[in-house]
Design a protein around this ligand. Sequence first.
Ligand code: ADP
Ligand code: MG
Length: 593
Amino acid sequence: MNILRIYVRVLAMLASEKRLAIILIIANLALAVAAFAEPILFGRIIDTLTRSAGDPSSVSWAELLPLIYAWIAFGIFTILASIFVALNADRVSHRGRLRVMSDFFEHVLHLPLGYHTGVHSGRLLKTMLDGSNGMASVWLSFLREHCASFVSLFVLLPMTLLLNWRLGALLIVLVFVFGAITAYVFHHTESLQEKVETYHTDLAERASDALGNIAIIQSFTRVEAEATSLRSISAELLRAQMPVLSWWAIATVAARTSATVTILAIFVVGAYLFTKGLATIGEIVTFMSFAGMLIGKLEATVTFANWLFMLTPKLREFFDVTDALPGVCDAPDARDVGRLTGEVAFDNVTFSYDKRRNAVKDVSFTVKPGETVALVGATGSGKSTTLGLLHRVFDPTGGRVLIDGVDIREMTLVALRRNIGVVFQEPMLFARSIEENLRVGKPDATEEEIQIALERAQAKDFIARQPDGMRTIVGERGRTLSGGERQRVSIARALLKDPPILIFDEATSALDATTERLLQAALDAATKGRTTFVIAHRLATIRNADRIFVFDQGAVVETGNFEQLVALNGKFAALARAQFMADAVAKEGIEPA
Ligand code: ADP
Ligand code: MG
């Protein structure tokens, strides 16, 4: 996307305030015309005066007064229109900034998890703020000045040819020289500036990454190293920025010089034309004043071009994000399926992250409502991916996932996800109160429902010990709670949702053995009557499952209950021997390898 396309695209976003924007543009047109009227009136007045230069008493007031009145009228109009434009341009751009920001935010929330794993949150935040602030300033400057400048340059300037074509041509040459200098500098610095912007983004990403890992930085005494690395990015940024700045400084000086030359030329050429009777003194004055005005506008335009040029990479990054498609979205005829009973079927499901290697291949199984299934297998064997396909983090590249016999792609995402409660390995909590975190599961939950969910998740005791109880704020990502406490809040959150299908993706692996045992009993109660998928490594969790699916390299290689699989003495038995602790092995009677 080149700079002009981006500029036009940003301006096109004013469409949501079409009426006001059009009124402002018309006001700008009028202002541009008024600005050109003044020098012309000025020239006429001078001509009227010079005509009676030999005899001052012969000055015709009948001729002068209308010119002066017109000037006053244009002056008053300019003041009023400018006030109107300034006020409303500010409003439009402020409203637009907040609208664009919330749209961006909503869009980003819709983007697939896969997108977010690849992009740092610090980078997205910077893109959102830079992009929306940048757009607001583009709108503001367009509506306040540049719209009028464009009109002056492209419409009114050619009209000066009618006034005096020789002097008009001089002005047009001036505009071309300015344009050429700017274009040349643009051309030479575009890729340089792009590089500068990547340093800016690196800087933001690096800083936010460090802030998110402050505990590691301090405990590994990395403060100096992190600070140094940030400084070295800054240094590289400056090194890359300097040549760009030099180029633009040259452009500014060159533009200034050509402006001075033009003024001189108008004076000299004007004087020559005057002696030949081809221009009046009034016309020379008019063109001098045109030239002054134009130079002001051109300089402002070059400054603006420079600024837009610095801004473009930020805007481009913004549009790159807003142009990214949500990976999973509702089909046009998707429907709300209401509450499901929870019969889950995978029908030859295959999925690949990179279109080369399959993370899940040809997985087929059926799980009855209320059944508890454990997924086991080495890390990277495709367990999380399989369950991700169930709540549509991504869609299968082949095969179908059905719930209650309906392809989940025929359901709305909201309906599907309302029916599935997920407890992730990393218990992600908002930096809000415990209660707010729980209500994410069910915003209108009653006090009693919350208490039941907490009871089942074994979370009551530690919440009672918190300084503000349920109103305790848990810090960024729940940092003020211990791993086990965080996980119990997130389990309670899923239980509160009361879904027919539950997914626990290594949810209990962060808990100590005692807590896990306590929780296990609670979970058994909570999962009763719900179809439950558990990914776990602990024997106790797996033993309680109705069935176990053994994963290997994306495929289900063995299925059965614990005893059956041990008797089979295949992959599961080997995995069990390798994974479970020696005493557990002894207790459960699995032969150590
Ligand atoms: P498990 O949960 O059994 O440990 P996963 O389902 O997380 O395994 O991963 C299956 C395979 O897919 C692994 O090889 C892993 O590297 C790959 N994988 C997982 N998540 C992503 C991702 N977001 N992008 C690319 N590859 C991924
Ligand atoms: Mg996993």
